[in-house]
Design a protein around this ligand. Structure first.
Ligand code: NZQ
Ligand code: ZN
Length: 386
């Protein structure tokens, strides 16, 4: 096990009816800016619950944050937050609203020029408005982590930043808010969570037995709950289990003592979303099996462990078990309802591979747990996903 420092200050407020707790979670003397997306919260009653919980409070709002939130939208929101003197941001929605709100929190107090420099890793985050969240889509883990992914329409980029200054002060996780999710977003959430766990777990370097078993527990729970949510979408406990899996999947705990992580799937996936507009999770379902097949020799030991403990595969040598485990994972994504091949999106894999490789090379990015997958390997991986 490698050394680690683990700090996660997010207060998680979990369960039905917990939106009412909002009034005690936000300081009484600040103006709150409520941020939200395209209107789902107005249809499912979450907006009304939030307004009721904050009755009598100084409040302003900014709606219209799009999926794969845009820098341009965030900059308008930041200008509004400044102009109206907002002292606290409350994100109500999915990962996109949360991520946008993290960027708005930084941009609205930014004094060193264009905050896009933060996304490019050229400038540090030195201050941010405090923020909290009411999560309505379990998927990204943004509600309990330091990351945000922002797209820039004018340049076609999709980049991530991280800072402890954008940890939410609290996140309210009421599984009842997820009853209104379209099936496609439920599917996306399951796959995104699964892949977050895998990116931390499926590494060839080092070992952290407890953390690995915690990762396997999340994977097993997802595999158990995924068919249930299709059959019984109104089952509160199933929704609650999926929600807690998603938050646990990317709140940092599954990285404790793990020597390295492999975010190759996400790095390629973000480029595919930027290039072709494919939903975040759907890019991951296409790319992760391809990454594992490409890296099957180097990842063999962990893939075989996963095959045995998660997929129940016990026959054959380690190489055969590893390969069967990858097949099982791909079949699982398909059973959830998510395609796993680029051809299903009518995307030419050879062309996509060239483009993704060129975009990563332009930023000088090499990927994988060894940081040694460059243009050639990226093209090979994307081709395996054809
Ligand atoms: O905009 P509204 O009207 O709210 O509708 C949203 C949106 O259309 C809808 N929705 C959300 N909650 C709902 C609902 N519809 C009905 N009922 C509800 N309860 O769902 C649609 C998708 O929402 P979005 O927030 O975009 O989805 P998700 O949570 O999957 O977030 C995806 C974004 O997060 C980034 C992705 O790259 C992508 O930009 N990620 C953020 C990460 C992080 N911060 O740690 C890590 C991830 O790997 C990921 O990269
Ligand atoms: Zn993700």
């Amino acid at each position: 096990m490698t050394n680690f420092t683990y700090f996660n200050p997010v207060k998680v407020v979990f369960g039905k009816g917990m939106i009412a707790e909002l009034k005690g979670l936000i300081p009484a003397d600040v103006k709150v800016m409520l941020t939200y997306g395209g209107g789902s919260i107005k249809k499912n009653g979450v907006y009304d619950q939030v307004r009721a919980a904050l009755a009598g409070r100084a409040l302003t709002e900014f709606g219209g944050i799009e999926p794969n939130p845009r820098y341009e939208t965030c900059m308008s929101a930041a200008a509004q937050a400044r102009a109206e003197g907002a002292g606290f941001l409350l994100a109500v929605g999915g990962g996109s609203v949360l991520d946008a709100t993290k960027f708005i929190a930084v941009a609205s107090v930014y004094a060193a020029g264009d905050p896009w420099g933060i996304m490019e890793g050229r400038q540090p985050v030195t201050a941010a408005l405090p923020l909290g969240s009411v999560l309505t889509l379990p998927a990204t883990g943004s509600e309990m982590n330091t990351f945000a992914v922002i797209s820039r329409a004018s340049t076609g980029e999709k980049l991530a930043f991280a800072s402890p200054l954008v940890y939410p002060k609290f996140s309210i996780l009421d599984p009842e808010t997820t009853f209104s999710l379209p099936a496609r977003q439920v599917e996306n959430g399951i796959v995104d969570t699964f892949v977050h766990v895998m990116e931390q777990y499926m590494c060839a370097i080092g070992s952290a037995p407890l953390t690995e078993r915690q990762a396997e527990a999340v994977l097993l729970t997802l595999i158990e709950e995924a068919p249930k949510v299709k059959l019984h979408p109104d089952d509160y406990d199933v929704r609650a289990n999926l929600m807690w899996c998603a938050t646990t999947g990317l709140n940092g705990s599954l990285g404790c003592g793990v020597a390295a992580q492999d975010w190759a799937t996400h790095m390629i996936g973000h480029e595919l979303t930027a290039l072709y507009g494919i939903d975040h999770a759907r890019t991951l379902a296409v790319i992760m099996p391809a990454v594992h097949r490409h890296e099957i020799r180097r990842k063999q030991a962990r893939l075989a462990q996963c095959a045995g403990r998660v997929w129940g595969i016990t026959q054959g040598d380690a190489a055969a078990r590893a390969a069967q485990g990858v097949d099982k994972m791909e079949a699982f994504f398909r059973s959830v309802g998510v395609p796993t091949r680029l051809s299903e999106y009518k995307v030419d894999a050879a062309e996509a591979g060239r483009q993704v490789a060129a975009r990563l090379a332009k930023r000088g990015v090499k990927i994988g747990e060894y940081g040694d997958l460059g243009g050639q390997e990226v093209q090979e991986i994307v081709l395996l996903a054809k």
